[in-house]
Design a protein around this ligand. Structure first.
Ligand SMILES: NC(=O)c1ccc[n+]([C@@H]2O[C@H](COP(=O)([O-])OP(=O)(O)OC[C@H]3O[C@@H](n4cnc5c(N)ncnc54)[C@H](O)[C@@H]3O)[C@@H](O)[C@H]2O)c1
Length: 378
């Protein structure tokens, strides 16, 4: 067994949503050891949290710049090799950039940056650095999503002609109707979230799922947003028509005010032979539909699954694995890449997915603002 990779973490403190997912996922396949961190900008809180999770305090830093500088002073055999960036969106770019410039591998949360321009600058820095960059579009780590990708690649659906991806949440209902509450949430603050809330936070996952599973690229989009209130400048609901080719069309639907919805990410891909349907809240069931045959249900861990799918399952069939395991699969793929081992390109989303995602987010805002017009992606 190779030595564990020395992992640093920025963001993801005890007060965060995503921190626990990364901490647990990074441990699941025994590839990483968390050795250094800035969990939060409040140093007392930072140290308190490090104590709570029983992490050595000598490499818990006051802020990100000190973190990088101090780590660079350590011998290469001790300093972090890879760093997870789990801060609010506006910090992804400066942090990932500095990490790449100092020769570290990066595991970064989505959306990769707050603009396409930043995304391209990061892409350039990544080329220079030559290190590994993994973007945590978590849902690509589910075994049944990987199965969809591999079966579609092998032609199981025939020619794809219709795609439909939705990500529906309802939580913004609890803040959007009160101006004071609304402005206190970073996801609704353009300074911190970027130009979009709904498309940037969750629409981009649906977009990524369409490209990941079909292997096709979204060529153009037309969007219609709902802001609900005049004073609210951030989209909280939107419908996006997508074209992935002359005869491959569909829709991305995303909402943060879909009352009662939790993490309703669903995807349906229709081809001339068959179709796939999958939903995040029941991730271990992949439905294959046909006009002439009964519906088939694929499940993880069976020998009929692809190598990529089986690589993402740890237990015998029938033991439900979930979101922690999906994220762990991305960490596992990134570990292989960092160690220079052979890996399948479907094992983790990359810099290119990050650039595509930012292109999509900006295009949806442009389309809506110009009066719901078609906008081409680059
Ligand atoms: N992959 C997914 O499915 C998924 C799910 C949720 C969130 N996310 C992404 O993860 C990121 C974080 O989201 P969240 O919901 O955990 O946010 P959050 O507000 O819950 O947590 C952010 C954390 O970052 C810390 N932080 C803020 N500024 C910092 C700084 N300068 N230095 C160090 N730490 C700092 C905060 O103290 C907090 O602990 C976002 O970019 C979000 O889009 C991704």
């Amino acid at each position: 067994m190779p030595k564990k990779l020395r992992l640093g973490i920025v963001g993801g403190g005890g007060d965060s949503l995503i921190g626990i997912l990364h901490r647990v996922a990074s441990q699941i396949n025994d590839n990483y050891e968390i050795v250094a961190a800035v969990f939060t900008p409040d140093f007392e809180n930072n140290m308190g949290f490090a104590q709570e999770i029983d992490m050595p305090l000598n490499r818990v830093y006051r802020d990100f710049d000190i973190f990088v500088n101090e780590e660079m002073q350590l011998p290469e055999s001790e300093r972090i090799e890879v760093c997870a960036v789990l801060t609010p969106n506006f910090l992804h770019f400066p942090m990932a950039l500095k990490l790449l410039e100092n020769g570290f591998h990066v595991i970064c949360e989505k959306p990769m940056t707050t603009s396409l321009q930043e995304a391209k600058a990061l892409q350039e820095a990544h080329k220079e650095a030559g290190t590994v960059f993994a973007l945590t579009h978590t849902y690509t780590g589910y075994p049944m999503v990987r199965q969809m990708r591999e079966m579609i690649k092998a032609g199981a659906l025939g020619k794809i002609h219709k795609v439909d991806a939705a990500y529906y949440q309802g939580w913004v209902n609890t803040v959007i109707h009160h101006e004071a509450k609304r402005t206190a949430v970073w996801r609704l603050d353009p300074e911190k979230a970027g130009i979009s809330s709904c498309m940037g936070d969750i629409g981009v996952h649906a977009f990524n799922m369409l490209e990941y599973t079909t292997g096709l690229k979204v060529e153009s989009i037309l969007s219609d947003f709902n802001y609900l209130y005049k004073e609210n400048t951030m989209d909280i609901d939107g419908t996006v028509l997508v074209r992935m080719g002359e005869y491959v069309k569909g829709v991305i639907r995303a909402s943060q005010v879909a009352t009662g919805e939790e993490n309703g990410l669903t995807i349906a891909i229709y081809g001339d032979k068959a179709a796939f349907k999958w939903e995040q809240e029941n991730p271990n069931f992949l439905y294959m539909l046909s006009d002439t045959e009964p519906t088939q249900v694929y499940k993880p861990g069976h020998a009929y699954n692809s190598v990529l799918s089986l690589d993402g399952t740890k237990l015998p069939a029938g033991h439900p694995e979930g979101i922690f395991d999906a994220m762990a699969n991305i960490y596992k793929g990134a570990a292989r890449a960092i160690r220079g081992q052979i890996y399948n390109e479907g094992e983790f989303p990359t810099m290119l997915d990050g650039v595509r995602g930012m292109n999509f987010i900006e295009a949806t805002v442009e389309s809506h603002k110009k009066g719901n017009v078609w906008v081409n992606l680059e």
